[in-house]
Design a protein around this ligand. Sequence first.
Ligand code: GLA
Length: 376
Amino acid sequence: MVLAKRPPMGWNSWNTFGTDISESLICRMADILASEGYLEAGYDTLVVDDGWQSAARTADGHLSADPVKFPRGMKAVADYVHGRGLKFGIYSAAGVETCAGYPGSFGHEFTDARDFAAWGVDYLKYDLCHFPGSGNIQSAYLTMSMALKCSGRDIVYSGATCGEGDAKLWMRSVGAHLYRTTGDIQDSFATVKRHAVFSLDDLGLSAPGCFADPDMLVVGMRGKGYAADGGCTAEEYLTHFGIWCMYSVPLMIGADLRTIDADCKKILLNKNLIAIDQDEECRPPYFEKRSRYSDKEKLILLKILEGNRFAIGFFNLTDNDGALHAYFSDMGLPVYSGRGFRLKDLVTGEDVGVHRDFFSVRLNRHACKIYLATVE
Ligand code: GLA
């Protein structure tokens, strides 16, 4: 079976809860994912991030669940999550310890992969902290890949090296399904922008089977939780979500689904934007670096979709309201082609007609417009 034909979608515990997680919390999130439209929209994987483990391995060398947070063990949690029609993800790290200081998988890869498979794990986020200086990162990621392959279960393998070690160049070759392009996201527009801009140059090798990962979504956190950093407005969250969708990268929700507000939930469930993210061809967007009219602050992206359709995104990442101008000669459609783009707003549904040569849009600071385009 080919895993990760499309960028994974789901929910991850880290951004809001850090290591403050428990069986009841995870089961509650599973209930909400399954019953409140998220699973239906494609968010099918629930990932328990760092902090599920006991402080030390068992006497016979296994990882085990923290007995207070997860008294029935991780298999019981996986069973519950599966019972809600979801896939179950877990976290470990390639070093001797995880980033939060729990036992890592270094030297224990085959034992851990076997245990994960026995518990019913479908997705492993594999981080990079406390890695021995004498070790070889690529080889450690390959070893876990082989361990997963020998585990007897199909497990999506997220290579979360925080952008270290030029992971984009080798993650696909070691069998991973994601390569992390950045450090940790936080719930502020400044970080979202930094991750978006930084990842732009790392998208070229992102394709079915192994995708770039600019980190989880902060949409809906509203300044609360572990990765809190002042929060964003709904308009800023839409820009964040829209960029991730234009990039065709994983959509892992990080907000507390019990308290998320209606505006943010609407963004996360926007079927048109999700369809752009999950487009069959999963192409990264084209960005004309030499354009006089667009740059990494006034970001204009063309994404070629399956079936001769296109998405065109305008993102005003500057701190001032202003106009963004797209010259279609920067999108392969010069005026002498005699062709233009028909544009349909993917958020409002409005058909804004056929435009030739250029199109301008006024945007508030940090706002965006994303259109589905067809050539006429
Ligand atoms: C790193 C990762 C985060 C999270 C934490 C857990 O910082 O980048 O996404 O998994 O570790 O400790």
